[in-house]
Design a protein around this ligand. Structure first.
Ligand code: NAD
Length: 295
């Protein structure tokens, strides 16, 4: 049993913290949202009034925050200086590799272990404890973190040194955005020609168009009972978060002079969809944009 402080109990962090409680860890959580705090309390976690209070006795800290700015603000010098000696810090937020490396360097210089460990698998994976963790950091930190990550995930990869987890994660999310848009485009075309979305989806799933969006995250309402599309695109991976990840991929492309034409197109489509007031709903709602619908 470890004393774990969990900062950021949103769509992903909430169920991840709940899984740690289920596995017998003592979890103290902090979030700016009272609803998020109450949900952790309802599954047996402790809640606190601030991040500083949450980490007071922690052996392990896990953060699951929206963006690099939030991560940078959380891991201030005051915060890092307040930690127990040799704390294991796991940042699972999806952020830029530069921030991940700079925060980890400071933490390591103060005698702590820190890894970037962004995840894949969506809110369903977070709830089921089947996430994929993509880790950047030293081999030693990876080995120490692995048993904790296994309480929340099924596939734990070591991508390389600090920041490598973030690079691998944004490559994955750029591909996810591209195939979600492609899947939406295909379903939209088929239904405009009178095809049933469920029948068309099954055909493509068993043909060469097969992909993750078709298999577990169908963007058309009613095709998959558990997909965000069937609950008005609520409770999934927000359009604004996908836009953020595509921005990170575009920046990473600029840094290395790498062309990412489809990634850049996906970024523009998601940005336009967000600007029409849809930033908070699930990213599979891009099918509505292609269909000429707005909220
Ligand atoms: P979310 O917006 O649902 O949750 C973020 C939480 O952080 C919110 O509850 C917010 O109140 C809290 N927060 C913000 N600033 C804080 C602070 N200073 N202190 C404490 N809490 C603070 O977002 P999410 O969907 O859970 O995503 C979190 C991260 O995981 C993002 O980086 C996202 O890109 C990544 N991610 C999300 C998914 C997904 O399917 N939702 C999948 C993979 C990765």
């Amino acid at each position: 049993m470890k004393k774990i402080a969990f900062i950021g109990l949103g769509n992903m962090g909430g169920p991840m913290a709940a899984n740690l409680v289920k596995k017998g860890h003592q979890v103290v959580g902090f979030d700016l949202s009272e609803t998020a705090l109450n949900s952790l309390a309802s599954v047996g976690g402790k809640i606190s009034n601030s991040a500083l209070e949450a980490v007071k006795e922690a052996e392990v800290i896990i953060s699951m925050l929206p963006s690099g700015k939030h991560v940078d603000e959380l891991y201030s010098e005051e915060f890092i200086n307040s930690l127990q000696p040799n704390t294991l810090i796991i940042d699972s937020s999806t952020i830029d590799a530069v921030t991940a490396r700079s925060v980890a360097n400071i933490a390591v210089s103060k005698g702590h272990k820190m890894i970037d460990a962004p995840v894949s698998g969506g809110t369903a994976g977070a709830q089921a404890g089947t996430l994929t963790f993509i880790v950047g950091g030293s081999q030693e930190s990876f080995e120490v973190a692995k048993p904790i990550l296994e309480c929340m995930g099924q596939n734990i990869f070591h991508a390389g040194d600090s920041g490598a987890g973030q690079v691998a994660k944004i490559c994955n999310n750029m591909l996810l955005a591209i195939h979600m848009i492609g899947t939406s485009e295909a379903i939209n075309l088929g239904t405009r020609h009178g095809l049933d979305a469920a029948v068309l989806s099954e055909i493509m799933q068993k043909s060469s168009g097969r992909n993750w969006s078709l298999e577990v995250y169908n963007p058309y309402p009613g095709v998959m009972e558990n997909a965000p599309a069937s609950r008005e695109y609520s409770g999934g991976f927000a359009v604004d978060l996908m836009t953020k990840d595509l921005g990170l991929a575009a920046e990473a492309g600029l840094e290395t002079k790498t062309s990412t034409p489809l990634g850049n197109t996906a970024l523009n489509l998601y940005r336009m969809w967000s600007e029409t007031g849809n930033g908070k709903i699930d990213f599979s709602s891009i099918i509505q944009f292609l269909n000429g619908k707005s909220k």
